[in-house]
Ligand binder design. Sequence first.
Ligand code: ADP
Ligand code: ZN
Length: 613
Amino acid sequence: MAQDAKHTILKQYFGYDSFREGQERLIDTILSGRDVLGIMPTGAGKSICFQVPALLLPGLTLVISPLISLMKDQVESLTQSGIPTAFINSSLDTEAYEKTLEGLQQGLYKILYIAPERLRAEGFVHLIRGLTISMITVDEAHCVSQWGQDFRPSYLEIDRFVKGLNYRPILSAFTATATSQVRQDITALLALNDPEVLVTGFDRKNLYFEVRHPQKKMTALLDILDERRGKSGIIYCATRKNVEAVCEAICAEGYPAVPYHAGLPDAVRRRNQELFIFDERPIVVATNAFGMGIDKSNVSFVVHYNMPGDLESYYQEAGRAGRDGEAADCILLYSGQDVRTQQFLIERGSRDAEDPEADAVLKARDRKRLKTMTFYCTTNDCLRGYMLKYFGETAPVCCGHCGNCNTQFETLDITLEAQKILSCIKRTGQRFGIKVVADTLRGSKNQRILSLGFDKLSTYNIMAEVSEKRIREMISHLAMEGFIQITDDAYPVLHFGPRARAVLFDGERVEMRLPKERTPKAKTAAGKDRTSGDAAENPALFDRLRALRSRLAAAQQVPAYVIFSNAALADMSRRLPKNDNEFLEVSGVGKAKLERYGQDFLAEIAAWLQEQG
Ligand code: ADP
Ligand code: ZN
């Protein structure tokens, strides 16, 4: 009976045919009246675990979430699916606030999102006491623990609030990352009552992990972006200053990026976030202030320009890639300086100004976490295995899908290549950076090269068959070995190094241990044949549906993904539905979405089919 009900809800409101791993068990447990603690990685589908029971339980479900900036979108998303939902946080003006309170009293909503601070407001608490709350859901539950990476003192109010009610609603707590200590804290501090604890696989199989130790991070970043043109990605930097600098530099190279950090005015930040979410500027360069709960499903790469301070943060930030289940890449650009920056932040900061003893303990813990993070960056073992073990899961010795598992080394004689590269540096006057030199060698027809007249040089097009990436690797190696010197300017220039003449004129041999050139079917998502999702069977139609979605989203001023995910659009362009019933078969289409958008999308598909004859 309950089984049918929850499947019906899943299909009707969310448009999905089946539950994912863990979802069903958590929902059943909640419906049986027992508390739950769900620990599931980002993108696993935590929301469904409390949203489905919320619709089946008699009263209101109160969702406590720290993500004020995103509540509006989450509520919008649910409303679009036909689920009566509201939110209350400090961003509401008095009128909207009053209206929501009225709605609550009339029992209009099934789900109410609030920020934890709200539990301190007497008026609100009083009102809530008069309602029937069936369940209290604590999202991002690790915030209750000071061992977690983003402790929120206001989360400690939750327990007080629950105890102040004259009945005990079901408590369900969710988080993406929780080491065993944080788990214990969640259970104790939220006073969960004999909860069913469910940890679903942290392993995100569609994510490819890699750590690079580049000479020049900017060069490495431009490489990464070059392989991923047209894709959406997040670039994390440790400081606001870096965010500005990196964003400026990649925009100058023609990449559509926006900056995001806490130092920007609110309006600018909001606007940049929207530009990113709507894919008008598919790349965002951000500090870790960005992304908490961002549900942009088509993020195809996350680059860490700086190493974060701990592995929990890293896994959470990297986990924002590939939420649509598509192959995606998580690449960390490591340098020793990153470690020093993080050390500085730990020593300078004060975790608990009032209690020096606690402060010392917390700092010691931070140092330990930094060490774990640093080891991740320097290990030669499987990167995925390293992380899974840290989060308390078993892992194979070699996952076969990370930078370390993929790397096979070979030692090559690159004397001839070195001579070609050095000649090109000479012919272009020792005045240019890696990009111009590599473009010249590879015979690029780009405007810069042509306008400089480098297509007339004898070194033009003499390494056409070598990838730009490989040329860059060789240049790095030649720099490390003293054949080339790279200046320390903002735009580094290549000069002859002290050993250059020996190679050019004295026949000195150059060897290099190189990662084997990846086969055309590269393991990274960038080079991978896309499998499902936006790998639509009919790409032209998929693009049209995407454009339609953008128009509809813009008209309603909502993010595109709250209308349909990319996976849903891909499923449409595969199934080619011709009527309402067929449209309902599409993954991600429920009743409300059919009513709202069925006509528009069916018409677009029909038009396309007709053009195809
Ligand atoms: P989390 O909060 O765990 O990071 P979400 O709840 O935002 O993840 O879900 C991630 C994505 O997976 C969303 O687009 C959601 O609609 C989708 N999803 C969740 N459950 C299912 C399911 N059973 N079938 C198909 N898609 C699902
Ligand atoms: Zn691996």
